[in-house]
Design a protein around this ligand. Structure first.
Ligand code: ADP
Ligand code: ZN
Length: 756
């Protein structure tokens, strides 16, 4: 008997082996230990050739090696997940090796030290206990510096009942703010400590979920949505529904109700979220609704944690799996519902091989399982909305916010006028500064977005006009830090250097920093609002594990007034006390040489404006821009998705971009610019030749990629557009295969999300 095995080795396709003793017979999904060169590796059985002759006649039987051992009598990976991996390998043109790696459970390397999170816990001190005893006994013997307010008394009462302490987030839920606790701590009546929390992936969000009332009444729109969607689910047939609900319309509640209905019908649920660290509350809400029968899968967990959860799913111990894109391969059986929350989010796309989009793999998986898919978003991707408009997907609308709360009122500040009035160095406009002050006075909170990290985005020589560039990449270095901590860093390869005192090109002494990023915005807010408690949320500020959770918790607890950050602050959060959102430069993404630039800008602005006014106080957003007339900015201000779609689809049609055509991006890397260009030209030539009779492909390039050099390698680019993805892919792969030495220097991206 012959079997084909996928081994988790990049670049390898299915390998054929002999099973000398086919009892017990191998099954698809079982693990097999096989020889590979001089080593032994464990792979997954993907195909079985019945009867020795079938394959052995054609392939030289002598060269087929026998497997060493079959590890499982049944399927270790469910057969349908193995087939899903095969589909992924084929569709996204990766090897079977890469694809099988994506479905294997994480290796168990035991506990890793880095998996902890922190939370802040307040506990009563001995002095506090004594004071409380006095108060309770009605004794007046209190030293004057220890006068306590009503709120403090309340806090002490609560704390006295929990000698080990209570999380500050929990106290906030009871109406005891961080300020009250801080005052108690200063008076020596309470102590506040930071505590490590590990192994329980739910902890961070669990605190948020506690205050949610169970079984609250759905809004009319939610009710209608649940009724329609549950009818789809009950049919047990494949269906895709786009849940298009404005920010704050209560999509999560709809997911929860649907999941419960599907669970009660005996089927299971997969819930995908773009980045779990940024939406911890979602996992917690599911945990609250489904108790122990929820598992969580994402890369922020330690390998040990992830492995445990994977095994629980495999054993059928959970009804709901919540996870990031890789969870689309979770070994769930009897799937009835897949939810893709924030389906437009770019993080569903994996930017290394296999370059799959978790949303699209989810749809294929549901199709095979006869399940319902819900794609949820306030700003759907052009692809999904297009399918909804052309009738391929059902469209379910939530047009109003919960309790009819208004969407944030958006004001645009034309920065050209601001520069004229205030000078070229303005970062925060007068309007934005004034509004931040208003929130501070009202003890409300503000989010300030700038989608660019660092302090200054370039160092520029006034004498020769040169910039300080990365030695390995074709980008300028970004300045991080101030004073002695100041360094220039590459955001692509992490190269970093001290900022030199003079220009390295012409020795000119006048080096100027230009452009600004989140660090500069943070500094400006501190400068103009000295009383504000300001923090920054971007990839630099949350490098350490657990620091992101800690920061979000502090913001939720009201220990931070103004949170400055990149797009990370725009995602899915529900902070009821945020009433102001400021966008420092709405234009950051518009300059990119990418056909999705307008779409991304519109989504980001609409999403971030959607963070304001989610509680009882109405919200306001201020958007600073130098292109106040650009349609993606104008329409984001009006939060008018349909109008944006109409405008953008027009452009995509005219330019022949997705979703109206399919596209494959190919990048060829080379040691020199010429090598990269010549090799790409070779591929393009063969491809054009293959297309000569039919002429149904559009082949653009080769051209230098927008990021012409990356990590020391030159890059050239070839775009293929067409109607038939399969034909495009096959023709392209054949054109690449004709130059075997190219294999390792080419990457193929089917349905690219970015073409930089
Ligand atoms: P979306 O994901 O659509 O932006 P959320 O699901 O975060 O919105 O819901 C917004 C807010 O409304 C949350 O605070 C949520 O708890 C609350 N909410 C949702 N449904 C209801 C309801 N039926 N009644 C009261 N509050 C609700
Ligand atoms: Zn670099």
């Amino acid at each position: 008997m012959l079997i084909r095995v996928a081994v988790p080795v990049p670049g390898l396709d299915l390998l054929t082996y002999l099973v000398p003793d086919p009892s017990p017979a191998p099954v698809v999904g079982a693990r097999a230990v096989v020889p590979l060169g001089s080593r032994l590796v464990t792979g997954i059985v993907v195909e079985i050739e019945e009867g020795m002759d079938a394959g052995a006649g054609e392939i030289n039987a002598e060269r087929i090696k026998p497997i060493r051992q079959l590890l499982d009598a049944g399927a270790f990976i469910p057969a349908d997940v193995v087939r899903l991996a095969q589909w992924t390998a084929e569709y996204y043109a990766s090897g079977a090796g890469e694809a099988i790696t994506a479905v294997l459970p994480p290796k168990t390397r035991g506990d890793r030290q880095d998996a902890h999170k922190t939370r802040r816990v307040a506990a009563i001190t001995v002095v506090g206990s004594e004071l409380l005893a006095n108060l309770r006994a009605g004794r007046e013997a209190i030293a004057p510096e220890n006068k306590v307010t009503e709120r403090q008394r309340e806090a002490l009462d609560l704390l006295a009942g929990a000698p080990a302490g209570i999380a500050t987030a929990h106290m906030a839920g009871r109406g005891i703010s961080a300020d009250v606790l801080a005052r108690l701590a200063r008076q020596g009546l309470a102590a506040i400590r930071s505590e490590r929390v590990d192994r329980d992936p739910f902890e961070a969000g669990a605190l948020v979920a506690e205050d949610q009332e169970a079984g609250r009444r759905l809004s009319e729109e939610q009710e209608t949505a649940v009724v329609r969607l549950s009818a789809f689910a009950a049919s047990q047939a494949f269906r895709v529904a786009l849940l298009h609900g404005v920010t704050g319309s209560g999509k999560t509640e709809v997911y929860l109700r649907l999941s419960a209905i599907v669970r009660d019908a005996g089927r299971r649920v997969l819930m995908l979220v773009p980045e779990i660290a940024l939406t911890p509350a979602v996992a917690a809400l599911f945990r609250q609704a489904f108790g122990e029968r929820v598992a969580i899968q994402h890369s922020g967990l330690s390998d040990g944690e992830r492995h445990d959860q994977w095994q629980r799913i495999r054993r059928g111990e959970v009804d709901v799996v919540v996870g990031t894109r890789s969870a689309v391969f979770a070994p769930v059986e009897k799937l009835g519902l897949i939810i893709v929350d924030e389906e437009h989010d770019g993080s569903y796309k994996q930017e290394e091989s296999p370059r799959y989009n978790g949303r699209d793999v989810a749809i294929v998986r549901a199709q095979r399982a006869g399940a319902l898919v819900i794609l949820g978003s306030a700003t759907p991707s052009m692809e999904s909305y297009h399918h909804a408009m052309t009738g391929r997907y059902e469209r379910v609308l939530l047009e109003r916010r919960i309790l009819d709360r208004p969407l944030a009122a958006v004001t645009v500040v034309d920065m050209r006028e601001e520069y004229a009035a205030e000078g070229p160095d303005v970062v925060l406009s007068r309007a934005l500064r004034a509004q931040i002050d208003v929130r501070l006075a009202r003890r409300e909170q503000a989010l300030i977005l700038l989608n660019r990290r660092g302090f200054a985005t370039a160092v520029f020589c006034r004498q020769c006009a040169g910039t300080l560039d990365c030695a390995n990449c074709s980008v300028s270095l970004v300045v991080h830090g101030e004073g002695s901590a100041r360094r220039a860093r590459c955001h692509y390869c992490n190269y970093s250097a001290r900022v030199p005192p003079a220009c390295p090109l012409c020795a000119g002494p006048y080096l100027e920093q230009t452009g600004f990023g989140t660090e500069r915005v943070e500094a400006e807010v501190k400068k103009f609002c000295p009383s504000a408690r300001v923090a920054r949320l971007d990839r630099d500020s949350v490098r350490r594990k657990g620091s992101l959770d800690a920061l979000l918790t502090r913001f939720r607890d009201g220990e931070i007034d103004v949170l400055v950050g990149t797009q990370m602050i725009a995602k899915g959060h529900d902070f009821p006390r945020v009433t102001l959102v400021g966008v420092v430069s709405a234009d950051v993404g518009l300059g990119m040489a990418d056909f999705r630039a307008s779409e991304r800008t519109f989504q980001l602005l609409t999403q971030v404006a959607g963070r304001a006014g989610r509680g009882s106080q109405p919200g306001e957003a201020i958007i600073q821009t130098i292109y106040p007339d650009h349609y993606s900015i104008l329409l984001a201000c009006r939060q008018d998705y349909p109008a944006f779609y109409e405008r953008e689809i027009h452009f995509r049609k005219a330019m022949r971009y997705p979703p109206l055509v399919s596209m494959i991006n190919t990048v060829v890397r080379g040691r020199t610019f010429t090598q990269a260009m010549d090799d790409a030209a070779g591929v393009a030539g063969r491809l054009r030749q293959a297309d000569a009779d039919r002429r149904d492909l559009r082949i653009l390039g080769p051209a230098p990629a927008p990021l012409g050099k990356l990590r020391g390698e030159y890059r050239s680019q070839l775009l293929v557009k067409g109607a038939n993805r399969k034909r495009m892919r096959e023709a392209l792969l054949a054109a690449i295969a004709a130059a075997p030495e190219l294999q390792r220097r080419v990457s193929v991206d089917v349905d690219p999300i970015s073409v930089l």
